[in-house]
Design a protein around this ligand. Sequence first.
Ligand code: HEC
Length: 116
Amino acid sequence: MKQILFFTLPLYLYATSSFITPKEYAAQLYKNPRGIGCNLCHGENGEGKLIAKYKHKGVEKSFRGPQINNKTYEEFAKALNRRKKGMPRYFLTNKEVEALYLHLQKDKEEKKKDDK
Ligand code: HEC
């Protein structure tokens, strides 16, 4: 029984994942890229987010994920391939980086429409 599950589960996942549109894929990827979502540190739409507050030698400090929806594609892609402090390294493919970038641009455009 276990073996059957072992064999069919990946097939099932593959089958369901191939029915999503690129847009849905990008939205999912942003929230769950390799275990930990970008949204946890950069906010739902890449607007940036306060992650934690702490005291260091009596001074209040904060640790935040910077805004990432205001970058050019080159800046965005470069940043993801560089080692950073406080951010996991994801080893995303170019396609994934592109999808994430477009996802953040799309959210911004929808926001602009709402403002009008
Ligand atoms: C655990 C928190 C955390 C997660 C999760 C995370 N980041 Fe970050 N990210 C950071 C921090 C902190 C920095 C600032 C690092 C630095 O300045 O060295 C950063 C920097 C960046 C930058 C560069 C910003 C700049 O101003 O140059 C980009 C782009 C970025 N992250 C994209 C992403 C994407 C896309 C994901 C998901 C695949 C992600 N991050 C997940 C914490 C996180």
